[in-house]
Design a protein. Sequence first.
Length: 143
Amino acid sequence: METVKQLLDKKGREVWSILGDTLMYDALKMMDDKNVGGLLVQEGDTYTGFLSERDYARGVVRESDITLNSQVKEVMTTRVLYVTPTHKIEECMALMIEKRVRHLPVKDGDIFVGVVSIGDVVKTVISQQKFMIEQLENYITGS
């Protein structure tokens, strides 16, 4: 069973963040430039939320006054779920499914050291299953 630390060792540990008073246009532009689906939101040295593309899409639908000129803090999720490097990938998948989130920041002590996405988790699970199938085939055929 692979851990979040092992996944981050392969994927990388970039953590992108943005200030809460940043305009949504600039936040979405940053997500596009960095090829990520979400950003940690901070005020000074404190993280206050997480902003995903989904947060913006739902904000536009639910609140008629949410636009590209709205501030990130008007749209962001304030209750940030996170995991630690020691969490198993399967635990991340279960948490993402249960809480209906697509990103989990990774926190080691007081520091965010990465972000895992549902895509990262699914790719890892598929890779693990493929390896297990190959091992079982080798065992059965005596290779």
